[in-house]
Design a protein around this ligand. Structure first.
Ligand SMILES: *Cc1c(COP(=O)(O)O)cnc(C)c1O
Length: 375
């Protein structure tokens, strides 16, 4: 119950006095962006921490999605999920491609592999699934389908920092994975992101693409973009990396408290992958979110009424993901965006609230949230 003690071990922001020496070094070197020392160091440190070989830093988590599609020369249609942050579909749109929406698995919230094949057409060239709330997709099934139809797989792993299955990083799955280091994510560099790929040649290409396509001073290999991470964010990221293990273990504690407090509450369903993760040797979860699902009939209150009740008590829940991507103007008229095509996503999106979850959340605040829901 000691808020002060918690902020020492897993602060939301790294201590100011620790960032100053990094800033002094940047100012002294007068090298503030374009692959400086901290950029190099953070790429190496993150690859090592995450257990991957080829990682390229980006200035946010959306440009990696856009760049991954470009690097793989994806054309035509991309099979994706309506149950994600809107950036997943926007990245497809920004490449002049067409997102095709398929429904999700009712337990994990990730793309349902059983729905993929029916959505494949001669125009399909890639699948872009999302590891929702950090829970791994059914990567074996997706890979099997991708191989059979000759499709590329790009995982939006924005939620899945540090997640491992059978002792291996989930980021090793598919052709590429992308991360977001936005301030709201489990690990942040203020804004930032990365692409994880699986060969030195591909990393080289991605590194050119994030710098306008420049191969050298006089050669541009393809129309690239500017999405380089600067030195201040890279230094902040290096510093923050020291705290990420304690951040994830605090989040795990909070998740346990939520499960204990809310288990068996009539009309409130917990997110089973998190409940199961405590007993699992196979899955290392990162507890990036704590979703609950409100069954209005049994709980006696609608999801939106509970959301409003929480808000009135100063508790900021988040209806994440609501609305679905398929409800937004740019996508809602797509045939695959029809409600009948994605009934599971519709149902889950209408019942979800993600409870407050961050590593500086005190025990007192966790109990306040639980009491708000059960009383
Ligand atoms: C946060 C997020 C993104 C976008 O990342 P930014 O760093 O905010 O650009 C993309 N996809 C998902 C699933 C996300 O949660």
């Amino acid at each position: 119950m000691d808020n002060r003690k918690l902020t020492v071990t897993s602060p939301l922001l790294p201590p100011l006095e620790e960032i100053i020496p990094y800033l002094e070094q940047i100012w002294e070197s007068r090298w503030i962006t374009n692959g400086g020392q901290f950029h190099q160091q953070l790429e190496t440190a993150l690859a090592q921490y995450l257990g991957v070989e080829y990682l390229s830093l980006f200035t946010n988590g959306t440009l990696p999605l856009i760049t991954a599609l470009q690097a793989l020369h994806i054309t035509g249609e991309v099979i994706t999920t309506p149950y994600s942050f809107v950036a997943t579909s926007h990245a497809i749109w920004w490449n002049g491609l067409k997102p095709i929406f398929v429904d999700i698995d009712p337990v994990t919230g990730c793309m349902d592999p059983d729905k993929i094949e029916a959505a494949i057409t001669p125009q399909t060239s890639a699948i872009m699934p999302v590891h929702v709330y950090g829970t791994p997709c059914n990567t074996e099934r997706i890979q099997e389908i991708a191989v059979r139809y000759g499709l590329k797989v790009i995982y939006d792993a924005a939620h899945a920092f540090g997640v491992q299955k059978a002792g291996k990083s989930i980021l090793l799955e598919g052709d590429m994975s992308t991360l977001s280091f936005h301030a709201t994510k489990t690990y942040n560099t203020l804004e930032g992101g990365a692409i994880i790929c699986h060969s030195a040649e591909m990393k080289q290409k991605i590194d050119y693409l994030k710098n306008f396509g420049f191969e050298d001073e006089v050669t541009v290999m393809e129309p690239g973009i500017n999405s380089k991470m600067d030195e201040v964010r890279a230094a902040y990221g290096l510093l923050n990396l020291k705290y990420v293990d304690s951040a994830i273990s605090r989040r795990k504690e909070i998740a346990r408290q939520y499960v204990k407090g809310l288990k068996g509450v009539e009309g409130i369903a917990l997110y089973q992958p998190i409940v199961d993760s405590f007993e699992s040797d196979d899955l290392k979860h990162n507890y990036s979110y704590f979703p609950i699902f409100v069954d209005a009939g049994r709980y006696g209150m609608t999801r939106d009424d509970l959301y409003a009740k929480m808000k009135a008590q100063g508790i900021m829940g988040r209806r994440y993901f609501y609305p679905l991507i398929t409800a937004f103007t740019p996508y809602r008229d797509f045939p695959s965006a029809a409600k009948e095509n994605i009934p599971v996503a519709e149902r889950i999106s209408d019942s979800v609230i993600c409870l407050p979850m961050h590593h500086e959340l005190s025990d007192v605040d966790v109990y306040r949230v639980i009491n708000c829901i059960i009383l």
